[in-house]
Every structure is written in C-alpha cells, then in structure tokens.
Design a protein around this ligand. Structure first.
Ligand code: ATP
Length: 914
C-alpha cells in the first residue's frame, strides 16, 4: 500500500478470529522519508531516555532507508482504497498491533508541501477535520483506508527534552528539559494505558504512531457528542437517567482503580456519549499508576472537579481524588451546575476546601446521601468507591452495584513470562530486565506468597468480599508518606486487585495479548451482588464486554511462551496491542442492552447502525402524556419517572427537545471566562501573576456592571425573556421555574454584558435581508438526542438565515461546513481568528503549556484556562429530526474555554427565532 511501509509483509487475519495463530500482533513501522531524518528522529526520541539504550538501537536498525516523500498519499488517486470493503472481505476491525515510527506520515501532515487536494495520511488512516482540541493537542476525525471506519486521532506534539538550547542559561535549559520530559512521560503513559484498557465505558485506542515530531493515538470514534453539550442543551438530568451514566462511570472507575490506575482528570468534558447513549471516558493524559505504599504528589486536574487535598498540596494515594471528582460529576448531572463556584478564585478555593455543598430541593434524599458521602473534604472519611457503588441510590432499580468488568484473575506464579514483561513499556518502570527483576522479587516475596495462599484458601469467598476488604484497607491505610520500594510489599489486601502497579500492568498486558490472540472469552467476573442489569431483568451472569479469562488455557500458554522478536519494537514505544471487538452472543447482547437502556431490547439493536438511534431508542420505549413531558423536564426527582420520554406527538417532541429542563440561571461573570470550567491545565508563577492582574481588571469591570446572583451557573442554560416567551408559546410554562420577567431581563442583560454584546442588540432583532443570497445548507440527520438544543417546524432556509443573523450579531466569525458552520469567537477582540490561505476559518492552533501541574496555594490556581489562544472554536449544525418534520440546531465544541463556549451556545439559542 502506498504511503505505508512495513517491515514485515502484511498478514491477513481471518474474520472474527482475532489474532489467533499469530505469535504476536504485527508491528508496522512507518518509515521515514530518509534515513537521516530517521536517525535524527531517534536521536531525539524521548523514549530513548526512558527505554533501555539497546531498544532504541534495535528500533533504529529496524527502519530501512526509503525514498523520500512516499509517505504522502494522494487520496483522490487512491479513492478505491477508501471505499469500505465488504465486511466479509475485511480483517477484524481491531487491526494489528503497530508501533509506527518515522516521519513518512509526519511529512504528509506537517510538511511544507501542503496541497489542498491532498488528504493527510497517517499509517492506514486518512485524516479529516479537527473535532477537538485541548491542552495536549488536537483531535481529528480519521477514516481507515481499508474498512472506512471512523476513528478519532489525538495528535500530540512530541517534545525533545534533550535538544540543545543555546539561547537559554543552563539552569533554564535544565528546567525546560525536566518539564518536557515529564510531559513526554505522560503522553507515553496515556498511549500505553489507552491501548491496554478494555472496558465498555472507556474509549479504546487502536493504534499509536510515533513520528519525529508527533504522537498519533488512534481512538474509537465516539459520535454521540460530549456530555457537556448535552447538559448545556438540556440542563440537569432526571436522577434515573443520571444513575445510568453514573453507574457506567462508576464501573469504569472500579475497573481502573482495581488495575492500580487513577484517572485524575475526571470531569464532564472528558465524558463522551456514544450513539447508543452510553458513556465513554476519554483523556488519560493525567492518569497515573498508584500504589498504597506511596503517595502521589502531582496536583493536576480541573479546578472545579479537583479534590480539596489537591488544593491543600497534600500527597494522596489516588482513588480518593477520583471519587471526589466523581461526586462533582454526579452533582453536575442532577443539578445542572457545579457544587462549588465563585466569581472570586481564592473564594472558590476556600469553598472547595470547606466542602459545604448546597443541595437543591429537587434532589432526592438518597441522591443527597450518596453525594454527601463523596463530597467529603477529609479523604479518610470520604466514601470508598465500593461504598459509593453499593449505595442505595446507585442500586435503585438494579440488581446490584455496577459490574467492573474485571476479568477473572489468577495469582501469579514464577517464572514470569518474558514476552509479557517486554511489553510493559510506557510506564517508566525501567528496562525489561529491571521489570523482570522487580516483578520476580515481588511475586516471590513472602508477603505475596502468604497472601496468595490466603487467597487460595479463601477462594470460596466472593470476589466482592475481597474487594470490600481491599477498599477497607485502602481507606484505613496509613497516610504516612513512604518511599515506594518493592520490599515494602503490600500485605493488607487482595493480591488480585491493585496489589502493585507492576502486577496490574502485567495482568493488563497478559489480558491484551490473550485477547488479541482470540483466546475465548470466558469466566467473566460477574459477582453475585454486582450487576449491570435493572432488577426487572434476570441476571444472566455475564455482561459486556466479553472479557478474557486470565485462566491460561493450553493455547494461551503456548502463545505466551512464544517469544516474538518484533516485540523489541513494542518496547521502544508505548504501543501495546489493539483489540478486536468480539461478537456478542445473544445473551450478552441482551445483558448489555439491559444495562445500557434499562430494558431488554432485541439483541440486534445494539449493533444496528441507524441515524438518530438514541433518539429512536428513547422515544420508542416510553409513552408519556404531554403533561408528564412538561413536568418531567422541569422538575426531576427520582423514581420511576422517565427522564427522556417518548414523543406522543410532534408537539410533545418539540417540548422535549426544544425546552429541556432549565435549571436556575445565575449571573454570568466575565471573570469566569478566563477561568475555564474544566480544562486540565496548569499555571506557573508568571501565568499566575498575569492571571491575577487580569482577574483584578475583570473584577473591577464586574463590580461596576453585572449584578451577580448567588446561584451557581456552571452549566445552567441562561434564559432570556424571548426564550421564556418562546417556550411558553410552545405550550410550556416555565415562568415559575425561571423567575420573574424582570429576572429574565436581568439575566439576558448580564449574559449580553458577559459576552460583550452591545446593549441595544439584546432585544433588537436584526432582520436578515431576504434578498441576501446564501448558499443553502443541507441539514444533517441528528445523530443522537444529545446535541439538539432546540427545534422548529420552520424551514431549513429560515433557520439558516436566522443563524447567520445571530452569528453576525454576536460577532462570531463563521465559515460554512457540511451541514452547518464552523465558528470562531474571540473573547478579547470580538473576533481575531486565524484563517487559512483560502480565507476559510481554521481551528486555532493549540498553544502548548509549560507544565500540566498546577501549583496549589503557593501560586493559587486562579487560571486553569487553556493557555494561549482565547479563541473558542465550535460548530453549529442545522439538523433534521428523523421521522418528524422538525429541524433543529446542535453544537459541538472543538476547542477553547468551555465556559465561554457554554455561554455562546446559550446566547445563540436565546437569539434564534425558532
Ligand atoms: N474518541 C473520541 N471521539 C470523539 N471525539 C473525541 C474523542 N477523543 C477526543 N475527542 C474530542 O476531542 C476533545 C479533546 O480531547 P482530549 O480531552 O483527549 O484532549 P486533551 O488535549 O487531553 O484535552 P484537555 O485539555 O481537556 O486535557 C474532546 O473534548 C472531544 O470533544
């Protein structure tokens, strides 16, 4: 295949056979345009500083000299390559395990020879538009050239910590090198983790490419939108709906924590929703391995979701900070706002540290109870994950706590498998021989062996009891800071669960290898009291995904003892293996369906591809009166109420989508625009000083103009009088919810002031010139319920004209894209967006940060916003609702401050005349 060069001939795999019969997943090396570049790339390879020198050597040797510029592929010429092949002719979707290094694909993305007719290729993927951007880099949509499947590729610039820096002092150069090294380690760890984790609610990586200047992480594409967009559009969720999401998040956290992994950046922005309405956790860029023998000291994450001990600069074990963030996420879902908020950043810090939470009256007692067990400032008194997952609120309507989808594991015995050990790269454990030595010592230790004996003797004890024991021990563990040494083995908990990071990663690699080899899925851990099924259904014991048995079957044993010479390459980067989706049995599909939909659905529904699948799924399974639709979206406690009811009529549907619940609106303070709600970014001291000055300026402005209400306002859709009238005109009374007309006007004024809209513009509806020619847009079909903010029976052209009018009114620069507009708003200069040569808008470049850590207290975190660009880049689509002759608009944030984005989306909605 043009554009990709392999060191080994491509191997075909039988359909659905996984990697059966292959000693190790094939490793492709995307070769550089020339050898000089290759060697340069490897000289500067930061992994070299982490990996053993001989690995780097072997990697360099593996890259032969190839003609320049062959990494580029003219997609027009190769159109046939992109055409999806019939499934029957394709290999399994999972693809091979590849470590792609070199600069061939790099040159196509970043080379000087950019031509508009060329699409960018990286490995087997044709890169498309940017769908997201964060502090680490950009995320682009991509299509696999063989099967046409969509993926999301995260592109992270590669740093060169060891590069000479002649223009700075040696001390400064050393500081930069340390920072860059730590960022590189994080990126590599993220890639390594993403390729190892297999969980239905964690976004899975398929490939990782490393070139001279970038890492490319290929993820499954999650196409149902961001949870943030959903909350923006719909406000708070009914508790039952929130429970479904929360159980899924809890399930993923349980899986992570039992694998010695802490996410550390759990926030609403890092939760995506699939087309089937299930969540997928993304962004393991701040994740780390934890051990109870040591304490983590990196203070990272998003301020709104950060645990108080982080702000107090207290070292922590790990899981407890995720539980706090988990509590904040739950609060946001059921309340539509963050629990701790303040226009003044030190005051916000103080609020988080104090932990005083106000619970709205609509929260059920049980929900309040679980929240108040999570949002406890003392990490020792905070509920453990096990306690949270077993809380009555969590299990209401289900047979038990959510399943962690942990495979059944068996105690490790010596000798260990060297091929597995060789693949344990990317975690800063050291070279393979060191890992082997440490792991052997650990497994052979008296502590492990005696616990293993205990484990064997108590094998009759349910795994849940063991896990509870483990949770108990974590909770009551000493909080002394110890140096993590292998000799200080853990003697207090289950050897199978998070006993030690080395052991956890060994298990994960082993499971991945077995999975990739098509070892049959068996012995799924499905604890008796652990359930993902609503109680109405009969538990069938196993659930999705089918997880590998770690009980080594003869064939698995044979595989793992086969040493693969190419695994040298695996060690040289963080790449591990990629899994293939295993077809579900009918029973498994039903089981999974029960978990995700709350009802038993036909087995095929899960795999059926359909536009508006989620919409239809929700709409077809419930019948609600118009009356109940209205009350459901406006109140929302718990119980058996349906939160996303089915439309019994067009009008009902309009109410449901267009006027979703509107939690109280509070002041929108310009100050917050610099305080991103959830970006996991950091400050250094100079940034802190800059932020402080900015804050003082903003505070002066705010005090002079905008009245501030006491309410939190993180995600509450703001409301104007116009919007209230609109909703009323749709047969729904919202006045009692939204407050008086005066309050509405005041909110609108504050909103406009916040966004810098001239006073006169609030009510003056600028007429779109009907004679103005516009290029008609073809609306796209709604892909899910989540992004639709409002709907209308008006024509597409009317909506389009109105949208253009509003975008102009708000000084938002826009450019037409398929089905809508790419928009860029600059909060400082109204609009100063970057543009390409063709004059089309392009998403802003992401400015890289100096450090991901924030410095608590010494330099208070009062700017966690993305550094650099103040642009907010987003898309707004005109969508068609399947079946119903309704149209609507939906939003998708690409980059920039979430808070500003949220305000913009709300403002656009307010001003549209739908
Ligand atoms: N698998 C995916 N499918 C669809 N969209 C995705 C996927 N992964 C990421 N995105 C989009 O890209 C955005 C940025 O991704 P991500 O959070 O991983 O980047 P980041 O640089 O780590 O961001 P942050 O600054 O929050 O740390 C997400 O908010 C999401 O909109």
């Amino acid at each position: 295949m043009e554009g990709t060069y392999t060191s080994t001939p491509p191997r075909r795999r039988p359909v659905n056979a996984g990697y059966s019969g292959q000693p190790i997943p094939s490793i492709q090396v995307v070769q550089p345009p020339n050898a000089a570049q290759a060697s340069a790339s490897h000289r500067m390879n930061p992994i070299d500083s982490i990996m053993a020198p001989q690995r780097a050597k072997s990697l360099s040797r593996a890259i032969p000299k190839v003609p320049p510029h062959q990494g580029e592929l003219n997609v027009k010429r190769q159109a046939s390559l992109q055409a999806p092949a019939p499934r029957s002719q394709m290999g399994p979707r999972g693809g091979s395990l590849r470590v792609h290094t070199g600069a061939a694909a790099e040159s196509s993305l970043h080379g000087e020879r950019r031509r508009p007719e060329k699409r960018k290729i990286i490995g087997n993927y044709v890169l498309g538009k940017t769908i997201g951007a964060g502090s680490m880099g950009k995320v682009k949509v991509a299509h696999h050239m063989k099967d046409g499947e969509q993926y999301a590729i995260k592109i992270v610039p590669r740093l060169h910590p060891n590069a000479p820096r002649p223009n700075v002092s040696p001390q400064e150069a050393e500081k930069i090198a340390i920072t860059e090294r730590s960022k590189e380690i994080r990126t590599i760890r993220e890639a390594a983790l993403a390729t190892l984790l297999r969980h239905p609610y964690i976004c899975e990586a398929r490939d990782v490419y490393a070139t001279a200047n970038h890492y490319y992480m290929v993820f499954e594409f999650v196409d149902g939108g961001q949870m943030l967009d959903y909350i923006i559009s719909h406000g708070k969720l009914k508790e039952k709906q929130a429970r479904k999401f929360i159980r899924q998040i809890g399930s993923a956290l349980s899986y992570l924590h039992h694998n010695s992994i802490v996410h550390r950046d759990l926030k609403i922005e890092n939760i995506l929703i699939s087309k089937t309405g299930d969540i997928k956790i993304i962004d393991f860029g701040l994740s780390n391995l934890y051990s109870r023998q040591s304490r983590l000291k990196t203070f990272c994450g998003s301020l709104y979701f950060a645990a108080p001990e982080l702000l107090n600069a207290q070292p922590y074990i790990g899981p407890e900070v995720d539980i706090w963030s988990f509590g904040v996420v739950l609060y946001v879902l059921v309340c539509g706002k963050v629990p701790f908020d303040d226009q003044n950043m030190p005051a916000l810090h103080a609020k988080i540290k104090r932990g005083a939470v106000e619970y709205p009256t609509w929260i059920s007692t049980e929900c309040k109870s679980v929240l108040s067990s999570m949002l406890v400032t003392d990490p020792n008194k905070r509920a453990t994950l096990d306690e949270v997952l077993n809380h009555p609120w969590m299990v209401r309507g289900y047979d038990g706590p959510p399943c962690s989808y942990l495979p059944e594991r068996h105690i490790l015995t010596l000798p260990l498998d060297p091929t597995v050990v060789r693949e344990m790269s990317g975690f800063d454990f050291g070279p393979a021989d060191v890992i082997m030595r440490d792991l052997t010592r650990l497994v052979g230790s008296d502590a492990y062996q005696s616990l293993a004996k205990y484990d064997l003797y108590s094998s009759a004890t349910s795994p849940e009891k063991k896990r509870s024991f483990f949770e108990f021990k974590i909770r009551h563990a000493s909080h002394d800071i110890e140096n993590p040494t292998l000799s200080s083995t853990n003697t207090t908990h289950d050897v199978l669960d998070a006993y030690h990071p080395l052991i956890s990663i060994y298990y994960l690699v082993l499971e991945r290898r077995q999975h990739d080899r098509g070892v049959s899925w068996q012995n799924i851990h499905s604890p008796k009291n652990s359930s993902n099924t609503p109680s109405s259904s009969s538990p069938s014991g196993t659930g999705f995904p089918p997880m590998h048995s770690l009980h080594p079957t003869p064939e698995a044993k044979e595989i793992v003892t086969n040493s693969d010479p190419t695994s040298e390459l695996v060690r040289a980067t963080s790449k591990l293996t990629i899994s293939n989706p295993i077809p579900l049995s009918v029973g498994q599909q039903q089981q999974f369906s029960r978990e995700t939909t709350g009802s038993v659905t036909p087995p095929l529904e899960k795999t059926e591809k359909k536009s508006g699948g989620l919409f239809r799924r929700f709409s077809s399974r419930r019948k609600k009166s118009k009356q109940s639709l209205i009350s459901v979206s406006s109140t929302g406690t718990d119980g058996s109420n349906t939160e996303i009811p089915s439309p019994t009529s067009v009008a009902a549907q309009r109410i449901k989508i267009g006027s979703a619940s509107k939690p109280p609106v509070s002041a929108l303070n310009k100050y917050y625009k610099t305080a991103a709600i959830g970006r996991s970014t950091s400050v250094n001291e100079s940034q802190y000083r800059q932020a402080k000055m900015e804050r003082q300026r903003n505070e002066t402005q705010v005090n002079a103009s905008a009245p501030v209400t006491a309410n939190n306002n993180y995600l509450s859709p703001p409301t104007t009088n116009t919007r209230a009238q609109l909703l009323n005109s749709r047969g729904r009374s919202v006045g009692h919810m939204q407050g008086s007309e005066y309050a509405e006007k005041r909110r609108a004024r504050i909103l406009n002031e916040t966004m810098g809209i001239p006073a006169g513009a609030t009510s003056g509806i600028e007429q779109t010139k009907p004679e103005e020619k516009i290029e008609p847009i073809k609306p796209v079909f709604l892909k899910g319920l989540f992004s639709v903010s409002t709907t209308s029976t008006k024509s597409t052209e009317f909506i389009q004209r109105d949208l253009i009018r509003v975008l102009r009114l708000l000084n938002i620069k826009f450019s037409e894209i398929k089905g809508g507009y790419l928009c860029i708003y600059n909060e400082n200069s109204a609009v100063s967006s970057p543009s390409t040569k063709s004059g089309q808008l392009a998403p802003p470049d992401v400015t890289q940060e100096a450090s991901l850590d924030f410095i608590p207290d010494a330099a208070p975190v009062d700017d966690m916003s993305p550094r650099g660009s103040k642009d907010v880049c987003f898309e707004v689509y005109i969508v068609k609702i399947p079946i119903l002759s309704l149209r609507g608009v939906s939003f998708h944030r690409i980059s920039g401050d979430s808070w500003t984005y949220k305000n913009l989306a709300s403002l656009i909605l307010n001003k549209l005349r739908l």
